[in-house]
Design a protein around this ligand. Structure first.
Ligand code: BG6
Length: 293
């Protein structure tokens, strides 16, 4: 680990030169670069890098609560905590480590966390960078409590895009979603693919396990694969909301899009001793690759 903006972090590299930087503050992936050194995740120029605030960008982990429907602070406390390196994680299937550079982190609740959420858990996070540059995150959350507990979850993924009006998402057509801009009203997606011309804050329900975010101007596509994460949150604050956020530039909404693998509609309940696993994998491919294959 080294220090970046006052936060300890770990850097992963693959032989082709791709890299990922993971901050122990929040267990948050703060940078993911391809083999040409291009940044693939968005971080605001106004982001604040000091605990206990979450950093605006990268991949914050929303746990044990997504959003503000619950008794906890918005998106839960995991993203505001300092995580530890897990030197002795329980084994994962060989596919989760073969040919990859990876780091294992762990979060356990502090006495203060237990006051606002009285459930003991162990949250193990593996972040891995593949030989082909793909980024994967595996979350394993175990109930080490005497009683069941329930949580919602999201990998709040800020993708860097060249121009939001040139971006479309494929894979969410015809699905139902909860619209956070209209009191979580349940609606059905009508269009062919999702495009952006105003604020969007939605939770798409029971989504397929592969979603494509196509950046026309950059001619590249983020392919998101997920497992254990039925919902997909799509968020862009657009102009008015951007101006209201102190840690976000007024024009930055044009260059970011959050597409999160999540568990929102039906939260997970873990009995004592049970463990839940949620996997997210993102790979960036040239856009022509997607239409040809
Ligand atoms: C999104 C929510 O996932 O996160 C939005 O759907 C929210 O409603 C956004 O504004 C950012 O949240 P925060 O707490 O990081 O400012």
């Amino acid at each position: 680990t080294s220090d970046w903006n006052g936060n300890p972090y770990v850097i992963l590299r693959n032989p082709q030169g791709a890299s990922a930087r993971i901050s122990l503050h929040g267990g948050q992936v703060m940078s993911w670069k391809n083999e040409h050194g291009e940044e693939l995740l968005f971080t605001s120029s106004k982001a604040v890098f000091k605990p206990p605030k979450a950093m605006r960008g990268g991949i914050p982990l929303c746990f044990p609560q997504f959003g503000n429907c619950g008794s906890l602070e918005q998106h839960g406390f995991a993203r505001n905590k300092v995580w530890a390196i897990d030197n002795n994680p329980p084994p994962l299937p060989p596919n989760d480590s073969n040919g990859k550079s990876f780091v294992d982190l762990i979060l356990k609740p502090s006495a203060e966390d237990l006051k606002c959420w009285p459930h003991s858990f162990e949250y193990r996070l593996r972040v891995a960078l593949g030989a082909d540059g793909r980024l994967s995150l595996i979350s394993r959350i175990r109930n080490v409590n005497g009683k069941p507990f329930t949580f919602s979850f999201a990998y709040h993924t800020y993708m860097s895009v060249s121009d939001i009006s040139e971006v479309r998402i494929e894979g969410l057509e015809t699905l139902d979603y909860l619209d956070n801009l209209f009191h979580r009203e349940r609606c059905t997606e009508q269009g062919d693919a999702l495009t952006f011309e105003s604020e969007v804050d939605r939770v798409y329900l029971s989504c397929p396990n592969a979603i494509a975010v196509i950046d026309h101007a950059k001619k590249r596509t983020f392919v998101i694969r997920k497992d254990g994460l039925p919902d997909v949150v799509v968020w862009n604050p657009w102009d008015k909301k951007s101006k209201a956020m102190t840690d976000f530039g007024d024009e930055e909404y044009k260059h970011m899009l959050c597409v999160d693998g999540a568990v929102v509609e039906h939260p997970i309940t873990l009995k004592p001793g049970e463990e839940w696993t949620g996997r997210l994998e993102i790979v960036v491919v040239p856009s022509s690759f997607c239409s040809d294959h």
